[in-house]
Design a protein around this ligand. Structure first.
Ligand code: GDP
Length: 428
């Protein structure tokens, strides 16, 4: 018989309420032994929880029948007072109850997957939702959690099956009169899928950004005020500022939320020619990181000329130290002038990058879809150039279908599960 698992589903420590979740065939029996009897499915019941004749707590108890719970199994949730002592007492009691054991990290979600309540992409989205720190991340995780990847893959698979069936008919009827020429329709489907896969892969670059965060590099000559700006934006002393040129020798990273978008600000070493070996390495590293960033803020101080501005359409050029030398559009880290404008400008530019962002939020999804795309590309080649070899096209259709199944987790799940669930906390 399957183990019945239990865990604290809320965070440890003092709180208003703590939730203990019990899932498996012994869940109701354990609840009854604690004094929570006569539970009606999906209806909250207030019950005294009693161990060895002693009242431990009065709790709100919720029972979910098999098939209608998160895990798909018989589940009971106890909402107790958020007391560490109450929780500890109940958990140690559950441990002694026959057939019950503490859940491993992510085990509730794993059972939900095993019972088909979630597909693999939804499990990943759930991990992302729990980890979401910004609005954009929450929204994206929610979209995937609702099954959007699975639905899209389902539509694509239908097309693949249709094309495969058309070819199958031709191959089966090879000796007889072919009912009709299937090549035009197969070609149309294959080309449509190829374009759709391409589009999705293109759109997905920004989706990964929302999940993992954008990088914004602050660049400019030494002493233009890069570290001061970083500190002013973050509101704490994250980088050391000093008026000696070249103090920021490496790249300093600070994560922050800019208008709902997750952003890592990079404070880079001043870009200048130098003989100092260590500083030179810092400058090189800064250049390399800045090149890879999603957006570069190029700072100019009042004593500089508007030259040497690196080219690149995305760069935002900003004059600093407006308190020393007022100028339209300049900012001051000292007085805070222009910082609100700067934040909204950064946000607007990053948002433009993610508009129409795709669904494939993980490298794993993209790797799978790339395989499907390659299959469609070679199928196209074989259909459009010369003699169409239908057996080859059929093989490519199968390869694409297999890749989509991998993406959604219809197959090959076992190998992926441990990696995915290692990011889950116990009780989820
Ligand atoms: P970095 O080398 O580009 O990182 O420059 P820092 O942030 O270390 O700043 C260099 C010098 O300029 C320091 O003495 C800062 O106090 C000063 N500074 C930076 N921002 C401002 C500003 O907005 N106004 C004024 N008056 N001084 C600033």
């Amino acid at each position: 018989m399957t183990d019945t698992i239990f865990a604290l589903a809320t965070a440890r420590g003092k709180a208003g309420v703590a939730v203990i979740r019990v899932s498996g065939p012994q869940a109701l029996a354990a609840a009854a032994a604690l004094g929570a009897k006569n539970l009606v499915p999906r209806r909250a019941a207030l019950r005294n929880l009693v161990i060895d004749g002693e009242l431990i707590d009065d709790a709100l108890v919720l029972y979910f029948e098999p098939g209608s719970s998160f895990t798909g199994e018989e589940t009971v949730e106890f909402q107790t007072h958020g007391s560490e002592a109450v929780v500890a007492r109940l958990l140690s009691w559950f441990r002694t109850f026959p057939g019950l054991r503490m859940a491993a990290g992510g085990e509730f979600t794993r059972r939900a997957l095993e019972h088909g309540n979630l597909d693999l992409s939804q499990v990943e989205a759930l991990a992302d939702l729990v980890d979401a720190e910004t609005e954009a991340q929450r929204r994206q995780a929610q979209r995937v959690l609702s099954g959007a990847i699975g639905q899209r893959a389902g539509l694509w698979r239908k097309d693949l099956i249709r094309a495969a069936a058309l070819i199958e008919a031709t191959i089966d009827f090879a000796d007889e009169e072919i009912p009709e020429d299937v090549i035009p329709e197969v070609s149309e489907i294959v080309r449509r899928l190829r374009d759709a896969f391409r589009q999705e892969l293109n759109d997905s670059r920004s989706a990964e950004r929302i999940r993992a965060g954008f990088e914004v590099a602050i660049i400019g000559a030494p002493n233009v005020g890069k570290s001061s700006l970083l500190n002013a934006l973050v509101g704490r002393d994250a980088a050391i500022t000093s008026s000696i040129a070249g103090t920021t020798r490496d790249v300093i990273e600070v994560r922050m939320d800019i208008g709902g978008l997750p952003v890592t600000l990079l404070d880079t070493a001043g870009l200048r020619e130098t003989d100092d070996e260590i500083e030179r390495i810092g400058v090189e590293r800064a250049r390399a990181r800045a090149d890879l960033a999603d957006l570069r803020l190029f700072l100019l101080s009042p004593d500089q000329q508007c030259c040497d501005v690196p080219k690149g359409l995305d760069d935002l050029v900003v004059w600093t130290k407006s308190d020393l030398s007022p100028r339209a559009g300049a900012i001051s880290s000292r007085t805070g002038e222009g910082l609100d404008w700067l934040v909204s400008e950064i946000r607007t530019r990053l948002e433009a990058k993610v508009s129409g962002s795709g669904l494939l939020i993980r490298e794993r999804h993209r790797a799978a879809l790339s395989v499907a795309l390659e299959a469609m590309e070679s199928a196209c080649e074989s259909l459009y150039t010369g003699e169409a070899q239908l057996e080859l096209v059929a093989a490519e259709l199968r390869a694409a279908s297999h890749a989509l199944d991998l993406m959604v987790g219809k197959i090959g799940v076992e190998t992926l599960l441990d990696e995915i669930f290692s990011s889950f906390c116990i009780g989820k």
